[in-house]
Design a protein around this ligand. Structure first.
Ligand code: GCU
Length: 448
């Protein structure tokens, strides 16, 4: 039948565009990748290993599901370590054990200027953190805002996407000199220009957070590892040429692990910094940096609260739900984010002997907060929430309250316990004031 009415024609055009969008994309080997699923009715049935079940042994991947469960809280620390090691082996990659020399120099200490106004109650410091190993060095610029009226403030620690200058309009903030994505405004020849100032300031409502008695520390993620696939030559990987993820070493650190490791180096400096409460660091991140915050929380227990916003595939979202972004898609678009072993599960999520709820569980008994956005189907809000629910058993074993919901809550209605919190913000993939207000409220409920 030929389309006759304007509505029919519109449907035909829309239908054609939709089908084109659903054409499988190719991975680097020319194999087709499954198109993303957005239909809840075709989410496959799947079983998840309990977070209390001992994880798949690193050297016997085919062992199946018949693995013993831990029964007491005394068994948790060793079990937690086994979960972290399994996730390092299968997904993020192991971190090098050899440390670097970390030094820092504060090159700026003044009142903050935010939205064109000087805030005498907010102290702004900029520190150059230098990492050195075997004659090579790397600089991370960290900016810290802290409340002058709370000398020992809990501190949010998170990476930013576009350089510290993108977080606010303060002309004193040093422009990042690291690689920047050419597609972002205010970037020329992969370098930030003055035009990039404040172009992500809506993600960093500094004055509002500090007014609540919290400090905020951030650094540009590309200071740690530029976000493109260069075979792990640049950034922090360049300081470890002897510890590169490659064909022979498929279980070594990818970029998410590197960024998480960078957060730990920021923590090294923050725990010594006056004005910051050393045992009250809250690691936070959005999207790929939300995945990073979760892995930082898994690998570094100094992070007392862990917050992931819209972290999606490889973050909070359960891979086995096969909804939104898939393992094959993420590994193809971003081949440097995870280790090589993770590619084994491209379009084979059903074969994964693990899933992201085990990542959430590694944070127990420390509080974890997961947030989603209603329009962010790519990140699978329900899958993000359910991994919190599935991690509950670990919290309950440790005497904490878990998370019971199995269906998404109404928009802008935080749910959960003081141990596992969740909200679904109405709107797009982003991290906005509403999200931060919930993070602050969660931190306060946890006594910070
Ligand atoms: C892409 C990617 C996501 C990621 C996001 C981001 O959309 O597919 O996995 O979370 O970028 O970091 O902004």
């Amino acid at each position: 039948m030929m389309p006759s009415t304007p509505k029919d024609i519109a449907l035909l055009v829309f239908g054609t565009l939709f089908c084109l969008a659903a054409i499988p994309m190719d991975n680097s080997k020319g194999q087709q990748i499954r198109p993303p699923n957005y239909d809840e009715s075709v989410v496959p049935k799947f079983e998840l290993p309990s977070v209390l079940q001992s994880p798949i042994p690193l050297d016997i991947p085919s062992i199946g599901n018949d693995r013993p469960r831990i029964k007491t809280s005394a068994q948790w620390p060793a079990h937690r370590q086994a979960l972290v090691a399994m996730l390092a082996e299968q997904e993020y990659g192991f971190l090098p054990t050899e440390t670097v020399k970390v030094t820092s120099e504060c090159f700026d200490d003044a009142d903050a200027v935010l939205s064109g106004k000087t805030h005498s109650n907010i102290r702004r410091r900029q520190l150059a953190i230098t990492l050195e190993r075997n004659g090579k060095s790397l600089r991370i610029d960290m900016i810290v805002w802290s409340p002058r009226n709370r000398p020992n403030a809990p501190c949010f620690v998170g990476l930013n996407f576009r350089g510290n200058q993108s977080t606010c309009d303060d002309p004193s903030v040093r422009l990042t000199t690291s690689w920047c994505d050419q597609r972002h405004p205010g970037v020329e020849n992969n370098r930030a220009t003055e035009q990039s100032r404040a172009n992500q300031s809506e993600r960093w409502p500094i004055a509002e957070i500090v007014d609540q008695g919290f400090a905020v520390a951030t650094a540009h993620y590309c200071d740690i590892d530029p976000d493109f696939d260069d075979g792990f030559e640049n950034g922090i990987h360049g300081l470890y040429p002897d510890f590169r993820c490659d064909e022979q070493h498929p279980n070594r650190w990818g970029s998410i692990a590197a960024w998480a490791w960078g957060l730990s180096r920021m923590a090294d400096v923050l725990v010594q910094l006056d004005g910051v409460k050393a045992d009250a660091l809250l690691v936070v991140g959005h999207s790929r940096l939300g995945k990073t915050a979760l892995w930082a929380g898994a690998t570094d227990e100094r992070f007392r609260i862990v917050i992931s916003n819209n972290s999606g595939c490889g973050g909070a979202a359960l891979s086995k739900r096969a909804y939104g972004e898939s393992v094959a898609r993420i590994n193809t678009s971003f081949p440097h984010w995870f280790n090589r072993n993770f590619r084994k599960y491209n379009d084979r999520e059903e074969a994964m002997p693990f899933d992201q709820h085990q990542l959430i569980a590694t944070i127990a008994p420390r509080p974890v907060y997961i947030s989603s956005a209603s329009n962010d189907r790519w990140a699978d809000p329900l899958g993000e929430m359910l991994s919190g629910k599935e991690a509950s058993a670990a919290y309950e074993l440790l005497g904490k309250e878990g998370f019971a919901a199995t269906e998404l809550p109404a928009f802008n209605t935080p749910i959960g316990s003081t141990s596992i919190g969740y909200h679904l913000r109405e709107g797009n993939h982003d991290m906005l004031l509403y999200d931060w207000q919930q993070f602050v409220a969660f931190a306060k409920r946890n006594g910070l």
